[in-house]
Design a protein around this ligand. Sequence first.
Ligand code: CDT
Length: 311
Amino acid sequence: MSRIVTVGAAQLGPIARSETRPQVVSRLVALLEQGKSHGCDLVVFPELALTTFFPRWFFETQDEVDQFFEREMPGPETAPLFDRARELGVGFYIGYAEAVIEEGRERRFNTSIIVDKDGKIVSKYRKIHLPGHAEHEPWRAFQHLEKRYFETGNLGWPVVRAFDGLMGMCICNDRRWPETYRVMGLQGVEMVMLGYNTPVHNPPAPEHDRLGDFHNHLVMQSAAYQNGTWVVGVAKAGKEEGCDLIGGSVIIAPTGEIVARCVTTGDELVFARCDLDLCASFKNTIFNFAMHREPQHYKMIVERKGAVISA
Ligand code: CDT
């Protein structure tokens, strides 16, 4: 038996601060069309895929920040992407900055959605692990102000039935945390889609800079294997407004092996025929959770946030 989903990893090169939404959307549509020509059912775009990675700047006013946020999805400028996807019969994952009135107040999230082949949003996720800092830190070569501009996501990690399988999402820094995937693994996830913007240089730990590509693949490959799931990780890459972002977008099988990988740091689509039934041999044997997990010994994971040294 096999359930094949052909997936495209649609890496983006840099998006300039001056680039308009229609300009970006036309790049996304070109990648979607490429995906269609290769038989893709689904195309995965990066995190915050409609604008430059704006948390690298400290903005004095909320008005300046708000120009990077979407108030409707689709809105007038993003509708052409949804329309083209519907015409082509190709679904997609995309990340964007979401502004919304909820619980009677203005809220902002780093969000991703899955859109089906009919152009309908079938799942939404709001980033939970927000990296970086909340205050201006002028000593850095560039800022990473996700903790200032976004709230922690409030939707958990939903897994939905779509594209003939069980689909989940996370966003960028989430991919480094095993809890992210295990919460989806416990819902039977068969494909995790994620987008990322990862600077080569990490100002608080420059000694990690040479390891960026290695760590990127390390975390996603181990998570794919340990949860018996496909993982599709897609970068915004290249030199964006003077800041180098890693590429290395990949499609990873439940074996933990990379089956497709981008080789540039520009707009580039790679694709793979992903058999969702390949998940079962991992989920039913070595990582049969119901048979082998011992959650009574895992309580500290949810009860304790930081390490406490008692020895
Ligand atoms: N976008 C995002 O989450 N980037 C982070 C950078 C970490 S360094 C502050 C990442 O984990 O790739």
